[in-house]
Design a protein around this ligand. Structure first.
Ligand code: ADP
Length: 239
């Protein structure tokens, strides 16, 4: 079940550094929204606050009608994929994907069925008994994606998931991620500093600069009606 996400006046200070300023954003159920901005603009920090790995200094975050700022990360029902796949090296592919179900004490038969479905979705069913070091980077990233969606998260967060892949694989994974998102009708927040990735994949793009949401719009609007010089030059860099 996909859910809406709302960030309400979210702030993050690290000591004297104000890294996320007044984020107000509503993401529809089933929508694909990308945080696009230069390195150090606050994208990962914003994502970590949604995931629960960082606590906002102020503001509220809602998943559907529920405030989650005081909910521990693993009880938020949010899936995450990072740039460096973070698979467990001593576990097989199937064991890696089953892990989120194990910590949620899901019964064995249901676990088996969900793992099979997730591996089929990422087209990795034949690799279930391999270990991560026997897989290519692209294959490892597919497994990381399967592990993030196996428990039917209400929201999927992805932090530069394509950053470590070579150009061909990146193009391929872009399409695969879009296919899976549509197939499951998942709400997705995706982080990248790559304009092309954002323009191709997203329903809407939230452009971030120096901790502020500068403009939130679909690709067309962003490209043809940039709100200011920063958006125009940053988004225009894709050409
Ligand atoms: P991005 O993901 O856009 O590259 P980040 O959210 O990682 O940006 O970082 C935003 C700013 O916050 C940067 O200036 C970074 O140095 C700072 N920052 C991030 N994490 C911490 C931390 N744990 N302690 C102090 N400063 C941090």
């Amino acid at each position: 079940m996909s859910t809406s996400l709302e960030m309400k006046k979210i702030q993050k200070w690290y000591g004297g550094l104000h890294v996320v300023r007044d984020f107000d954003l509503y993401v529809d159920p089933g929508e694909f929204v990308t945080f696009l901005g230069p390195s150090g603009s606050g994208k990962t920090t914003a994502l970590k606050m949604i995931a629960g790995f960082e606590q906002p200094t102020g503001g509220d975050i809602m998943l559907g009608s529920r405030s989650i700022v005081d909910v521990p990360p693993y009880e938020r029902g949010i899936g995450m994929v990072f740039q460096n796949y973070a698979l467990f090296p001593h576990m097989t592919v199937a064991e890696n994907v089953a892990f989120p179900l194990k910590v949620r004490s899901v019964a064995k038969a249901e676990t088996e069925q969900k793992v099979r479905r997730a591996l089929d979705l990422v087209k990795m069913g034949e690799y279930r008994d391999r270990f991560p070091n026997q897989l290519s980077g692209g294959q490892q990233q597919r497994i990381a994606l399967a592990r993030a969606i196996v428990f039917d998260p209400s929201l999927l967060l992805m932090d530069e998931p394509l950053g470590a892949l070579d150009r061909n694989l990146r193009e391929h994974m872009k399409i695969e991620i879009m296919r899976i998102q549509k197939e499951l009708n998942m709400t997705v927040v995706f982080v990248t500093h790559d304009q092309d990735e954002a323009l191709v994949m997203s329903d809407r793009i939230a452009v971030i600069n120096e901790g502020r949401l500068v403009q939130v719009a679909d690709s067309n609007n962003l490209y043809y009606n940039p709100k200011n010089r920063f958006v125009a030059s940053f988004v225009g860099e894709s050409n």
